[in-house]
Design a protein around this ligand. Sequence first.
Ligand SMILES: Cc1ncc(COP(=O)(O)O)c(C=O)c1O
Length: 423
Amino acid sequence: MAETLGISVTQSNKPLPEGVKLPIYMDNHATTPLDPRVLEAMMPYFTGIFGNAASRNHSFGWEAEQGVEKAREQIAKLIGATAKEIIFTSGATESTNLAIKGVAEMYKERGNHIITQMTEHKATLDTCKKLEKQGYRVTYLPVQADGLIDIEDLKRAMDDKTILVSIMYANNEIGVIQPIQEIGKLCHEKGILFHTDAVQAVGKIPVNVITDNIDILSLSGHKIYGPKGVGALYVRRRNPRVQISEQINGGGHERGMRSGTLNVPGIVGLGKACEICGEEMAAEAAREIELRDYLKNKLETALDYTQVNGNLDHHLPGNLNMSFIYVEGESLLMGINDIAVSSGSACTSATLEPSYVLKALGLGDDVAHSSIRFGLGRFNTKAEVDYVSDKIISVVQHLRELSPLYEMVKEGIDLSKIEWAAH
Ligand SMILES: Cc1ncc(COP(=O)(O)O)c(C=O)c1O
């Protein structure tokens, strides 16, 4: 990947294993590289087929529209929807804003209560916070220690003013898959609309809006080896017919729900990305589970005081979130700077606050800080997993040699009983 990424990394003197190039990209929940087959499908739409898909008077427009409509079919097929139920957006952040704000506005006469959960992506949480300022009531359900919501909590939170439940399909940090079918069924029984942020699930595991009882679904191109800056929103047309208020006004594109000239090459790429996922998902999921388990077993065999975060029985194939207790997270990250993974610290703030997702599971700040998210993807190989695990093992072992806390624990001292303050 190094050459493609244009990044140079200083290597140690040790020869690299066959087929491994540095830096290694293992952060596929953040984004994925574009699949070359997707790029190939997109290319003609940048130059020759450059028309505006809304131009009805000439072949330039018709050809562009054909590309868009094919993509709509490809996306719909992957999630069990019909083409007319797919609305194109600039990505899942916009899709989720449109879904939640659009329902809140459209159904405000019916009620003002929305239910979501604490480990959602910020696209959902910040949208809900904004609605709270406008007078809506939002319940943020807690999660259990394994990352799953408790269905009984959801039942208890529903009342006669609840208009929407928004629960993500799979979590981007800990890979936990929520009981979507059950949540959707409950919502339908109560006449409440159900939106899911399925960004991390679509294309990775089977998602079907009919059998999963989903009314509105957000998805994104760049998490499934498609382009960045393009996404879609599924909006159910039958049983029930969902209506959402548009959030961007203009020429009335996308059946009035999202105005703006369509990003034709991006949309064609998203469609192709969905087609490839549909064809290869089963085999690819099995391959990633094997790699993930191999990585996990290697780390667990070589290192003590590790902990996997998130329920592994309800889990995305390529995700492994692991804490290396008694290791200072930032030192660990510095030690593995030729590997692209994510840490349990939200580096968006100067204070390096620990991830709110890990905290919602009940992890202490120190354990959350020592956590690494491995995101395996389509282009990762076993040789890369070997390099990554060997590197993590040697860095963790080295840091623990320097750690007084680790030494004390090994000597059998109970850290929770120590009085640290000087008398
Ligand atoms: C679970 C989840 N939801 C939403 C988003 C936002 O998607 P986009 O980057 O397409 O706006 C992401 C990506 O970071 C995500 O992982």
